[in-house]
Ligand binder design. Structure first.
Ligand SMILES: C[S@@+](CC[C@H](N)C(=O)[O-])C[C@H]1O[C@@H](n2cnc3c(N)ncnc32)[C@H](O)[C@@H]1O
Length: 192
């Protein structure tokens, strides 16, 4: 989907809960706050969760409407820089963030491989990369998410971005929703 389509979706209604993704919140809750990059931050639910926990966050997304909602929801004093940029061309930085998040960003495979590699490259030594999104098995045993297999995740895709890193989690996980169970792929890895 193009930026204009995402803008339209966000303008129609709030798309995601203001609550953080539960898995991402659990995994990051114990980390010492530092600098975080939220790649394709949407309405900023994770950026705001991290900022409330004392993180200094850069939230990048090409939807100005999505990011504006996050900005409006931000508590006073939240340290979030809202960057309206295309992640395919944005400078994500080099080895400078303590935590980089990529949640539910779905792009054609070659583009996704590139964004994952640059997201991993943005993590400083000792920092963490957390990626979570709809898994390919969702097509056969899960619900929701994109139906194009080319944009879905699998453990091999995510693991390819962090060869030689410490892998805490690289697996398919089930996520309960109001309408049934969805299958996600999760990566949580630590750069040596
Ligand atoms: C399903 S939403 C997920 C938002 C957020 N990560 C979350 O979990 O709440 C996908 C987001 O990816 C963004 N996106 C898709 N392609 C993008 C691109 N090329 N550059 C920047 N943002 C993009 C969309 O604007 C949208 O906000």
């Amino acid at each position: 989907m193009e930026a204009a389509e995402w803008d339209r979706r966000y303008a129609e209604a709030r798309q995601w809960s203001v609550e953080p993704n539960r898995t991402a919140a659990e995994l990051t809750a114990g980390l010492h706050p530092g600098r975080a990059l939220d790649v394709a931050a949407g309405e900023g639910r994770m950026a705001l969760w991290l900022a409330r926990g004392g993180w200094d966050v850069e939230a990048v997304d090409f939807s100005a409407v999505g990011l504006r909602r996050g900005q409006q929801d931000a508590p006073p004093g939240a340290r979030v820089t809202w960057r309206v940029e295309d992640v395919l061309t944005a400078d994500l930085g080099s080895a400078e963030f303590d935590l980089v998040l990529v949640l539910y960003l779905h792009l054609p495979r070659p583009q996704m491989v590139d964004v994952l590699a640059r997201s991993a490259g943005a993590v400083r030594p000792g920092g963490y990369l957390l990626v979570l999104g709809h898994d390919s098995e969702n097509l056969t045993r899960g619900i929701g998410g994109p139906q194009d297999p080319d944009v879905l995740y699998d453990p091999e895709l995510l693991g390819g971005a962090v060869r030689g890193w410490g892998i805490s989690r690289l697996e398919r996980i089930d996520r309960g929703t109001d309408s049934g169970t969805a299958v996600d792929t999760l990566l949580f890895a630590h750069r040596p």
